[in-house]
Every structure is written in C-alpha cells, then in structure tokens.
Design a protein around this ligand. Sequence first.
Ligand code: B3K
Ligand code: ZN
Length: 876
Amino acid sequence: GQVFKLEDYRPSDFRIPATELTFDLAPERTLVTAELTIERQPGVAAKTPLVLDGDGLTLVSLAIDGEAAGAASFRATPDSLTLRSLPAARSFRLTIVTEIAPAENAALMGLYLSNSVYCTQCEAEGFRRITYFLDRPDVLSVYTVRIEADLKTAPLLLSNGNPGETGELNGGRHFAVWHDPFPKPSYLFALVAGDLATVSDSFETMEGRKVALGIHVEHGKQDRTTYAMDALKRSMKWDEERFGRAYDLDVFNIVAVSDFNMGAMENKGLNIFNDKYVLADPETATDTDFANIEAIIAHEYFHNWTGNRITCRDWFQLCLKEGLTVYRDQEFTADQRSRAVERIGDVRTLKGHQFPEDQGPLAHPVRPRRYREINNFYTATVYEKGAEVVRMIQALLGPDLFRAGMDLYFERHDGEAATVEEFVKVFEDAAGRDLSQFFLWYQQAGTPNVTAKARYDEGARVLAIDIEQSIPPTPGESRKKVMHIPLAFGLVGPDGSDMDWKAVDGASVENGVIHLRKRKHALRFSGVSERPRLSLNRGFSAPVTLSVEENRADRIFLARHDGDLFCRWQALNTLMVEVLIAAANLCRDGRPPDFPADLVALCGDIAADESLEPAFRALALTLPAEADIAREMGSNIDPDAILAARTLLAEAIGSAHAQAFAALYGALDSKAPFTPDSGSAGRRALRNIILDYLAVSSGEASLAARQYADASNMTDRAAALTVLATRHGESTDKAEAFADFERRYRTDALVLDKWFQIQAAAPGPAAVETVRALGEHPAFSLTNPNRLRALVGTFSTANQTGFHRADGEGYRFFAEIVLQVEKKNPQVAARLATALRSWRSLEPGRKALAREVLLRMSSAENLSADLRDIVDRTLA
Ligand code: B3K
Ligand code: ZN
C-alpha cells in the first residue's frame, strides 16, 4: 500500500466553494447527485487535471457546466474520477451522479443502513464512498443537501446545518432540504433518514440564540435519553463559561444508531452516536455508562469549535482536534464531578492504553509523520497523550495565559484548516514564550523514563535531587532528543504538610514545578528543616514513567499523607505493583508469596477513612489490573502467575479486614432511589469493590448472589454478576444468575452486551471454550461492532489468562474471528488486532505462539489495507 508522508503535503489545486447534494434514497440503489462549484486556485494552469477521490463508486453520469461530459474528457474508476480537459474559466460546475447500495455496506463507512435507518460515517475518508470529491480536510465547502425517501419508512430526514424546505412527492415519497452556512470539510458531512422517535428540548446561548435540541432514538427508547439531554445542555453552558464559545446554528441534533464503528461522530450540527453512548436509565445502564455518556456527549459537542470551526489541514494533524477536545472533555468532567477522581481515572486510562502503545511496535508520535491507513491512527497516543500535551501547555502557562492563547487560536484560525505548529504558536505569542523544545512532545514517540534520587543533608538543611531523563527507542526513531518535562512537586514534612524550601539553582524550578530541559539535573533546595519525602509529578503533570529511589516506608507515608490526592493514589499503586511483581515471580516458581503487613493495613485504613470521598477510596482499593502488572514487569510475562499473585493479594486484604469490610458493605447499602450523580456512583463503586474483597476472601457466593437478586439498578447487578463470574466461576449461584440475566434482558441489545462482556472477561483457561461457545450463541453477531467488541474485544484485552492461554488456543480463536470480520469490516478488524501488540513482552512459549498467529494473519489472502498495516507493523 501507499505510504502518506507529512512532508509531502501540498495544498489542493482546486477549491469547492459550494456543494449541492441530492440523495434519492433506497436500500439497494441510492442515487447521489453532486453539483459541485469548482474553482481553480490562483496560479494553477488551466491544463492541470482535476482528480477527485472515490472508493468503490459507480459513476452514472457526469456533466460539466450542464453539458454531458464526452467519454474522452474524463476517466472514472471506482477509486477516482480524473478530468483532463476542463473549462478555461476559473470556476465551473460539475454534476456527478453516482449509484451506491447502503444495504450492502458492511464496512459502516460512507452511507449505510443500521436497523433500517440510513446513516453516514465519513471521517476520515468515507465521503468518497458516497460521491467523487476532494475528500481531504483542507477543502472546505458550503453544503446544501436535499434528501428524498419513502415517507413511511423514513419520516425523519436530517443533515447538517439548519432545516429548509420540506414537502411530499409522488409515490409515497417526501423530501427535506438542509443548508449548513459554515464551510466544512467532507468528513463532517452527515445524513440520517429513518423512522426514529424524537426527544426535543431547547437551549438559549449566551448570545441569545435559541437552539432547538433533538435526540433521535429507536421508538420506545425515548425515556433513556434524559441523561444525554441533560449532559448536552451542561456541555453547552460549560463551553460558554470556560472557553467563551457559544453554539452557532439554530438546531443541534443527536442520532443514536446501533451499528457504529466507534463511539460517536461530531458532524456539524448532526452528531451521530453509537447508541451505547446515548441511552441510559438506572435499570439498564451502569454508573460507568452514565459517565461515558456525559463525557462523549461533551466531547462531540466541544468539537464544534475544536475540530469543526477550526479543522485540520491534513490527517497528520489529527491531534489538533482530538487531543485538544479530549483535554476539554476531561476538564468538563473534572468540573462536573470530582477533579482528583477524574484525574486518577484519566491517568489509569493513559497508562492502560497509551503506555503499552508507546512501548510496543505500534508506537508513533502524537503527530505521526507517516501512515498507510489513517483509520489506524485514531489511537490512544493521538487522543490521550495528545490531551496530556495540551494539559502540559496549560500547566506551563497557567490558566489565564492558556485561555488567552485559546482565544487567540479561535480569533486567528476560525474557519480554517490549521496545523499543530499554528496551535502551539498562539500560546507562544499569547505568553511571550519559546515552546520549541516543548514541541518535541508532538514529534517524538515513546514514554520518557524519569529517575529521581533525593539526599538530605541534615547539617546544611539542604535537599539534593538528582533527576535524569531518557527516552527509549521506538520504531523508526533510534536516537531521541532531550525533552522539556514539567514535574510538579512538593516536599512533604513529617506531619504530612508541605514544607518550605528555596531552590538554589532557581532556573529549573518555577511555581512548584521542576522543568527538566537537560538530560541530567542536579537540583538543590535549601532551608529544608527536616528530612522530607519527595512528592514528584503531582497531578501527573507530565506523561512519563517515573522511578523515585525511596524505601517502602516513604511510599507508605506518601500514600497516607501526600497533600496531592493523585500522588497518594500513585504511591499506593506503585507499592501494590512492586509487591505483585515479586509475588508473581514467586508464584511462577511454585512458592507461596506473602504480603507486607503495612500495605495490607493501609488498605484497611483507606477503606475506613471517612475524610476521603468514596470514589477515591474505591480507586485506591482497586488492585492494579493484570495488564498493568504485566506492563510494569515489561518482559517474560506469564499471565497465570500474575493472576495467581493478584488473587492472593486480594484474599490477604479481604481476610485481614473481613469484619470491617462486612460492616462497611452494610453501611453503604442505600435504600434511596438511584441517581447517577458522582457522589452516589462513588458510594456504589466503593461498596462493589468491598463486595469483591468479601467474595474472594470468604469463598462464599451467597453475598454476591443476594446482591444480584436484590439489585435495584444495573450498576449493582452487573457488579454482582462480575464477582460471581470472577470469584465463584464454578458455583450454581453463578450459573443461575447468568441464566436469569439472559432471560431478563435478551431483547435489550445494550444490556445483553454486558452479559457477553462479563463472561468474556472471566479469567482462567476455560475462558477460551466459554468464549468460543458464546460465539455460536444465536444472539452473537460478527457484524454488530458492539456485540463483537463485547465478546472478542473484551476477551482479547481484558482476559489475560484466557487470551494468552499457554497452548495458544486463545490466539487461534482470536485470529479466526479477526479474519472473518475483516472481510466485512476491515476497520473494526484492524482495531481488534491491536490486542496482540505487546506480544514481544510475553514469556518465550507464548511469544512464539503469538508470533505464529500474527504470521498466519499476515499470509491470509486479500488482506485489507487496514489489517495489513497493523499486522505488518506489529511484526516489524
Ligand atoms: N472524530 C471521531 C472519530 C472518527 C474515527 C474515524 N475512524 C470521533 C471523535 O473523536 O470524536
Ligand atoms: Zn474527537
């Protein structure tokens, strides 16, 4: 396949100032008429050919300035339309008619049918599956769209922008016209047509615009939109208050569809969502679902300014909209919920998804320099690390200058397709700062390692800290440049409060932040009255792997007393990881580990500490996931030993505090009706982690079985089911609960996904057979991405012992499925296949088996560009 390179960017020779589309919709044969106003850019010769992108298209007719084009004047293939003899005038009109079949579109890119609803997905390059176009983000056009469809099956007709004329047509058909006054790239085009129920509301912007809000869902699901609508209105308000950005059209529509390749899509004025991220009520959705809905509704809404009003010049700049918009949605959640809890959650996500990417064969910079398939670059690095980079800019400048920079960004680039350089420049200009070394965060892949060592001189009352950075090589980048790493810090005194200090070499220390700009720093702080504990990288100010040379007692102390809640969590988590790695090594040698009493005691104290919010206590008590332990081990991974160690530590903590935990479990039992607010969610999270400890230490299934039966909401019910699957896999209670769950929810797809998911995650060697059998279940489907991810995605990413079973059966099953999926939906198959990216860290036996299966995939016939790209890079 072709390799696209950042340095090859060239502006287009042509513009398309106006695009008029007419859709004559039918499942098997939809006619698309595109009337394009084409304009040659100044200085471009009249003989320069116009090459439009296509993907699998059938051309029906072509006219230039209203005249049918002669066969000799153009060349149409499914993948391009080339016009060689064009009118001499700078501007002319092209009329292109193409024919497409939405019902046959299983890739879910372009125009497709989901549950009899026509919908589109055009990012990144799906518009070219609808009509020939300059399908690139720097070609902005004003769209007018006319949709014609059957009145009966498609009473609702939506597109971007504001609604225009509507009316009836012959033959039971009708039409609607939409006009979007904001020039936009083709990837933001959207169309929806179908029979959906509409929930309406309204929002008045700070500029006095009254916006009609609509959420469109399957009939009967209207009651499940309350939370999404509320989240939307809160997002609109927050963007006004925090960033001064108001909504700009008369309508804002959200459509929920059940077949969707990812979470949601920010099409101008018409966001299309995976219904999983819209529909929620207490009976069917968990607290996690509610939180995801809030975050994704906000994320897509915030794209209206960061992504739509200012879009990307090319796809290498993807983080310009994604990293920034993730940063914005994280800040929104932090403001709506608990800032510390949100930060810990975001860092867990970053470490769980982005660190392994950065440390493996798929590592790439936040702004990649080359790609073969752009859809494979919607990654944790672009999104989550991209957000961390924006967060660091905010921390470097402080809130006021950061806001000034954002204001300048909107002022300078509104209506444009911008670059990352232009984004960083607004902050340099607003703050009068040089961010050239900082810019390496966009250019260099890999997670920096930072090591720190502190020495206290009692006589001189001086603390010396030696800090060093190093960045491991990543594919295509063997030598790394020294980065600018901002580390927020504090010196914690014996009473737990922060101590005073004075930086001897002030140049690297500013407002409580150590700025690493060299490979090594020897820092000295004077006036330090007693030996402090070093609290470093507070709030996770930089996305690095940090190792501080300190003893267990120091870590325990910080976990108990650090004034920065993130660092408290981090200290405890680091302790747990260390202990678990040591225990896993013993387990592998068949020797019984034993766990330090101070750590076990600390867990009991945190559980009981009423001064800490329950959500924080729940996070602190959550043991590092098996995959986290594996990542920290780095090499020679044996997932069975890791699971054994983790289970034993849970047992040790649970039995040490059995009585106190049982009391806490009872005390947290709420009889109040369910509300999805973060306080209540936090109490449920704490109670459910306590349930897990009680279950693993007692071995009694009855408690979880009772919670399952008595649950008044899905959070508690799914948590009980998870405990039954994880801790009581052989019990009849477990079997009965799963049978009951299936009976109750067999007609509710989103809930049934949880049934597949919880079983797919249950650890142990039998998981492969369980998952294989579920793959034969009548409700399983290879074509519905949610169902596929619930079973196969969960198995391959959240079931270490099952997926990595020592005989390779997990890999073989997985490869079979991926190869079947990729025939229909290459994008989803390629995403699934990334589950093998850390294969080189496995112990030799599993490593060889994983490699075998990757080679098998690589040699499969007619591999899609999507899967080929992932498999080749993973093996490289
Ligand atoms: N921009 C979309 C993602 C599109 C993915 C295309 N493969 C959703 C989002 O990030 O908001
Ligand atoms: Zn996004």
